[in-house]
Design a protein around this ligand. Structure first.
Ligand SMILES: Nc1nc2c(c(=O)[nH]1)N=C([C@H](O)[C@@H](O)CO)CN2
Length: 120
């Protein structure tokens, strides 16, 4: 199993359970690990045989920028669903960091794994 990763993708959105959070955009930072098999792309040197990480990033930026969830759980779940259903990816690990949401903590958020990990 190979992994395509995309780390530190910072996107501004409406997210949070408090009234003030419904009016002010905050940053979330996404780290993704996406299972794939890179061998055919490497053999052929052709983008059509792999997951285009730019296409994934563009799709997620568009989705997150236009979302307005209350919980990081909900946002993380929806992002994982998009990755699995719209791209040729059987398994994803997603870390969603709502940096700065807790005074005194450098990072807070959610780490989820969805889908089925292919055999090594
Ligand atoms: N498990 C969660 N706990 C909290 C969340 C959340 O999304 N999931 N959100 C908040 C607030 O919106 C917080 O981020 C603002 O400081 C609190 N707890």
């Amino acid at each position: 199993m190979d992994i395509i990763f995309l780390s530190g993708l910072e996107i501004e959105t409406i997210i949070g359970i408090y009234e003030w959070e419904r009016e002010v955009r905050q940053s979330v930072i996404l780290d993704l690990e996406m299972a794939t098999d890179i061998r055919k792309a490497a053999e052929t040197d052709d983008i059509q045989y792999t997951v285009d990480y730019k296409a994934v990033a563009k799709r997620l930026i568009h989705f997150v920028e236009n979302s307005d969830f209350y919980l990081v759980e909900t946002l993380a779940e929806k992002i994982a669903e998009i990755v699995l259903s719209e791209f040729d990816i059987p398994w994803v690990r997603l870390r969603l960091n709502k940096k700065g949401a807790i005074r005194g903590a450098s990072d807070v958020g959610i780490l989820i794994e969805r889908g089925r990990k292919p055999d090594a």
